[in-house]
Design a protein around this ligand. Structure first.
Ligand code: SF4
Ligand code: SF4
Length: 223
């Protein structure tokens, strides 16, 4: 899955599988939801209504522009994954989709991507709830779980480069599937894409630079 990959290929038995929500026990995700999991209260707007849209709205309530801006441009979801056909466990590789630019971490042909990569998954609110393989740092997943966005998210920092500076993105950490045959994906299994990034966990770390909030992205929120 690319979210895709050779889903029919069983994983080698001697290789450890990453926990799909592998987050160190002692490192909290940003702004965990209340114990009862009540998303309404987690995302409730303050009385002054100044809370940013991702705190006020569910994914389904967002405008197309808000939805697109929610993608942090990390590129993690554009890595190939292997799924154990027996257990459904997901194992990440560092083999990127053929259309992923390994430096910008953007899809190089986003508007026409399905012509080249028909199994690219278009994210929708329903899909976000359904799939288990979105990275734990994915903004869509965080918001869907009632969590706040981390400091390095461009909507928070105002700087599209913080996702790279924090080493949350896949910048220069991947190889293209154009040079790695599918039968060799098992040799490229990696834990980090499925883990919440340590560098991003400094939950209250201020952004390195203050700029006006960015809006759009032009990446693969569609994946
Ligand atoms: S959809 Fe999620 S995982 Fe994919 S690039 Fe955007 S924020 Fe990252
Ligand atoms: S958004 Fe582009 S780079 Fe990412 S998986 Fe889809 S086709 Fe590949």
């Amino acid at each position: 899955m690319r979210g895709q990959g050779p889903e029919s290929d069983p994983l080698p038995q001697d290789l450890p599988l990453p926990d799909e929500r592998s987050v160190p026990d002692d490192l909290p995700l940003p702004d965990a939801p209340p114990p009862d999991g009540d998303r309404a209260s987690a995302g409730a707007a303050p009385a002054d209504g100044d809370a940013p849209f991702w705190k006020r709205k569910s994914l389904a309530e967002m405008t197309p522009a808000e939805w697109e801006s929610l993608c942090d441009g990390c590129g993690r979801c554009c890595l190939n994954k292997l799924e154990d056909v027996d257990t459904g466990a997901i194992a990440w590789t560092d083999v990127a989709c053929r259309l992923l630019d390994g430096v910008s971490c953007r899809c190089s042909d986003y508007d026409n991507r399905f012509a080249t990569v028909p199994d690219c998954v278009r994210l929708t609110p329903a899909v976000v709830e359904e799939i288990a393989w979105l990275p734990p740092s994915c903004a869509y997943r965080l918001v869907d779980e009632g969590r706040d966005l981390p400091w390095w998210h461009p909507l928070v920092s105002g700087d599209p480069d913080t996702v790279h500076a924090a080493r949350v993105s896949v910048r220069r950490r991947t190889v293209s599937e154009l040079v790695v045959p599918a039968e060799e994906f098992e040799e490229r299994l990696r834990m980090w894409p499925g883990q919440y990034p340590r560098a991003g966990i400094s939950p209250r770390r201020p952004p390195p630079r203050a700029k006006a909030a960015v809006g759009g992205k032009g990446t693969k929120a569609g994946k």
